[in-house]
Design a protein around this ligand. Structure first.
Ligand SMILES: Nc1ncnc2c1ncn2[C@@H]1O[C@H](COP(=O)(O)OP(=O)(O)OP(=O)(O)O)[C@@H](O)[C@H]1O
Length: 391
């Protein structure tokens, strides 16, 4: 039977069901199921009982239950429908190919996905030292940008210390949500409005808490290449990459594969952290990437008596920004200073980005401000001075 289209939805109630299904989005592709050829037929009898045949790409794909539940709710809510049933089937290989073509559109011919002609702004988040809060910051920036209406992708390129799935709520009790594979196309899971991919999603049944990735350069390079090629992100406004700390193979691969990427440097206020942070930015520059700003994390911890405890000293962020500014590169701004916050840490542990869950938390407010500053900065304006968001 041919896939349903508008012409097959004839009666007013069938049209209403079609329209209602047009508001149901595939949770991974974020496009209506009606546009993706997933509705195989709509029948409504005289009593208003609607029977819909839904076709999924593969049986038991992670998004299947959600699509089915959302579709059922939509049909039940359609005007004139008195009862609703859904029959779920699986696409034939030909239908799956048509599905892939619909999803990829013109882009099928274009490779790589984030090449020179791409309109996506690519921002790699780097740090010198580990543990400065780079992943927490990247996850929250991604969620904040998505909440501000951007279409956002997030690649966890911190291959050895991947923590993005947990921070985005995609990892529970040692199980990480798996991407859906449709033939050679990998669809990233969506969390908090962000399309997320991580090496932690490719470990099979292994518990990511107990599994170490110990790859050398070529394997790391191929993995990053696959993330950029085989993983289908669709049209993104912003792609964030969480890099491993320091100046290793992944940073160099990202520089080679995404020379147009912009780089955001995270450091702590500790002056001793500045040297390594500066070094990681210089490696990025050597591969042609531009440093668009510095974020200072783990700044002062506000005390109940109103004083601020500067656990990690002060001035590190400004020092790194100053040292990276140079006549040939322009001024590198300090985009914000994120205070230490126990509730920010707890929100990360719970997989709920603080920018969404605790918007009034001081750390969350600072990151929301940084996301807004990045948006104001726009693409390709590296080196121009930015107003600091005082929130
Ligand atoms: N502003 C903050 N206030 C309180 N805790 C924070 C803050 N930023 C980060 N943390 C906590 O610090 C720890 C390290 O953070 P995170 O894992 O994001 O660092 P990282 O730089 O990505 O580390 P690595 O690159 O070594 O994996 C986490 O437990 C996180 O919850």
């Amino acid at each position: 039977m041919p896939m349903a289209d508008r012409s097959t939805a004839k009666s007013p109630v069938e049209s209403a069901v079609w329209a209602a299904l047009g508001r149901v989005k595939d949770p991974e592709i974020l496009r209506p199921v009606t546009e993706l050829g997933m509705i195989d037929g709509i029948e409504v009898d005289e009593a208003g009982a609607a029977a819909v045949r839904l076709k999924l790409t593969i049986a038991g794909c992670p998004a299947a239950r959600r699509i089915e539940a959302d579709a059922l709710a939509a049909i039940e809510g359609a005007p004139g429908v008195t009862a609703a049933t859904i029959e779920v089937g699986v696409m034939t290989p030909e239908e799956r190919q048509a599905f892939i073509e619909r999803v990829r559109g013109d882009r099928a011919l274009r490779a790589p996905q984030f090449g020179e002609d791409s309109l996506t702004r690519v921002i790699a988040v780097t740090s010198g030292k580990g543990g400065v809060g780079k992943s927490s910051l990247t996850a929250n920036l991604a969620a904040a940008l998505a909440a501000q209406g951007r279409t956002v992708g997030l690649i966890d390129a911190d291959v050895f210390g991947f923590s993005i799935p947990a921070l985005m709520g995609l990892s529970r009790d040692g199980r990480v949500e798996q991407p859906t594979r449709v033939d050679d196309m990998i669809l990233p899971p969506v969390a908090h409005g962000v399309k997320v991919i991580s090496i932690g999603m490719f470990l099979g049944d292994a518990d990511p808490r107990e599994t170490a990735v110990s790859w050398r350069g070529p394997m790391l390079h191929r993995t990053i290449e696959q993330f950029l090629g085989d993983v289908w992100f669709g049209d993104l406004d912003v792609l964030l990459l969480d890099l491993p700390p320091g100046t290793g193979d992944v940073a160099i691969s990202v520089g080679q594969l995404l020379p147009q990427a912009e780089v955001l440097v995270v450091t702590t206020p500790q002056p001793a952290a500045a040297d390594v942070a500066v070094r990681s930015a210089l490696v990025a520059r050597q591969t042609g990437q531009r440093v668009i700003g510095v974020v200072e994390n783990m700044a002062g911890l506000p005390q109940p008596d109103g004083t601020v405890l500067e656990l990690f000293g002060s001035g590190g962020g400004a020092a790194v920004a100053e040292r990276l500014s140079a006549p040939e590169h322009g001024k590198v701004p300090l985009l914000g200073s994120v205070p230490l916050s126990p509730s920010f840490r707890a929100a990360g542990d719970a997989g709920t980005p603080a920018v969404l869950e605790l918007p009034d938390d001081a750390a969350a407010r600072a990151i929301t401000g940084i996301a807004a500053a990045l948006t104001r900065q726009g693409r390709g304006l590296a080196g121009r001075p930015l107003p600091l968001d005082p929130r």
